[in-house]
Design a protein around this ligand. Structure first.
Ligand code: ZN
Length: 445
């Protein structure tokens, strides 16, 4: 049995998590979505360090240079289900002129690691490496098999990353029933004196739509009652103005209930007339954890039509960024049919499933316990991610995903603004906290 009473997260582990975060940032894995990203040097970096810990990492590519790494740690209980721990190696672009330090410097300044990927998500990639290497030094094995996956292409379509792994290498994930990855268990400073740790148990689905309006092309000076531009503009205005109804998923309802109690608000989230918007209005900063996920959404983002001012085009197109809650996909498509109307066609340009993970599971309880052990004053709450992660792809293998990348951040540190933002950075102390929590959770899982 693994000994969960000792702490193998020694000085070397605490040093390594900082070094690994910094060095991974220095390996530029910018993913512009155009296929020019090269994760391979970062994949080799993590694979070498896994191999040095006695693991046998496999390097897997659908496209040359777009490298994924998968390794398995054998647990002590062969009857237990395996657990997937995954992190992506790519990052979104960064304009160095906008940054205080160079985004690919990985500079450690005043106890903070700076650079693109510092929170999304080379931090967790490094934490996992530091933990498994400490286990190797101390002869520790977890109870469950743990499959570690470092993926390419999360910041674009995942076609070269988790999508490829799920489709072409399902055997590597045999026995995995649950997974953990980014976007959860970071400290969120609500009202003064209250630190929350939202743990993700669900994701909205992606519904990127292409709209096409057709009409009669003709001279701009003539009467035209079938103008494609007018038809498209009307549909886009209806979509943009649409008030989506509240649809509470089990995760969001649980989040609202817990946030109400923590804020001393007396309400029954299960009552028939429960008003989610009224509760959210009383939550202060914590409203941000639930407001984007109580309803579907659809935001028009791109428009294109015409080539000359006196020529009415026969066609006009637009793109809409839609997001669908678990259980609300049919309503989303029916609403789009209605809002676009008879003169405008719409289709999914890109579609990804919504996810729902149970918050009353033993796994969720252990995730909470691991955080609260290392921050007894903090309070974990479930939440649903407004967007998506690689967990969507791994869900095809029957893996239930949780967002759990633990970080203890000081008040005033705007975690949400760090994601894809300028001056992305992470405190060294936060990385140390993450290593302790991950080690504890992964051994108690
Ligand atoms: Zn990410």
């Amino acid at each position: 049995m693994a000994d969960v009473t000792t702490t193998p997260m020694d000085a070397q582990a605490l040093d390594e998590v900082v070094t690994f975060t910094s060095e991974l940032i220095r390996i530029d894995t910018t993913n512009r979505g155009a296929g020019d990203c090269r994760e391979r040097p970062a994949a080799e970096y993590v694979a070498e360090r896994l191999a040095a810990a006695g693991l046998e990492p496999a390097l897997l590519e659908r496209t040359p240079g777009r490298t994924n790494v998968v390794a398995r740690i054998e647990g002590t209980d062969p009857s237990a289900d395996a657990l997937l721990v995954h992190g992506h190696l790519d990052v979104v672009p960064a304009e160095s002129a906008d940054w205080t330090v160079h985004p690919f410097s990985g500079e450690v300044r005043d106890g903070v690691v700076w650079g693109r990927g510092a929170v999304d998500m080379k931090n967790m990639d490094a934490m996992v490496l530091a933990v498994v290497r400490a286990w190797a030094r101390h002869g520790i094995r977890p109870r469950r098999d743990i499959v570690i996956a470092y993926t390419a292409d999360e910041e674009a379509s995942a076609i070269d990353g988790s999508g490829y792994l799920a489709d072409s290498h399902p055997g590597l994930f045999e026995g995995c029933t649950e997974g953990i990855s980014e976007s959860g268990a970071f400290s969120f400073h609500a009202v003064p004196g209250m630190t929350l740790y939202p743990i993700a148990a669900g994701e909205r689905g992606t519904a990127w739509l292409k709209l096409t309006a057709r009409g009669t092309a003709g001279h701009g000076s003539k009467v035209n009652r079938a103008n494609a531009v007018t038809r498209l503009a009307a549909a886009i205005a209806r979509i943009g103005d649409h008030e989506w109804p509240v649809r509470l998923t089990p995760t969001v309802r649980a989040a609202l209930a817990e946030l109400a109690v923590l804020h001393g608000i007396d309400t029954d989230v299960h009552a028939p007339g429960f008003d989610a918007d009224a509760l959210i209005a009383k939550l202060g900063p914590a409203a941000a954890l639930v407001e984007p996920t109580v309803r579907n959404s659809a935001n028009p983002t791109m428009l294109a039509a015409g080539y000359k001012i006196n020529v009415i085009p026969g066609q006009a197109t637009a793109y809409v960024d839609g997001r669908m809650l678990p259980g609300a996909e049919d309503e989303f498509t029916a609403t789009m049919d209605r809002l676009t109307g008879p003169d405008v066609d719409w289709e999914f340009h890109h579609r990804e499933v919504p996810l729902q993970a149970p918050v009353d599971s033993p796994t969720f309880a252990r995730l909470r316990a691991a955080v609260e052990r290392f921050d007894p004053d903090g309070r974990t709450v479930p939440y649903c991610m407004p967007g998506g992660t690689d967990a969507k792809q791994f869900s095809r293998l029957g893996i239930t995903g949780y967002g759990f990348s633990p970080l203890k951040l000081p008040p005033g540190f705007d975690y949400a603004a760090m994601f894809h933002g300028v001056d992305e950075r992470v405190p060294v102390e936060a990385l140390h906290f993450g290593v302790h929590v991950l080690d504890h959770y992964l051994r108690s899982a």
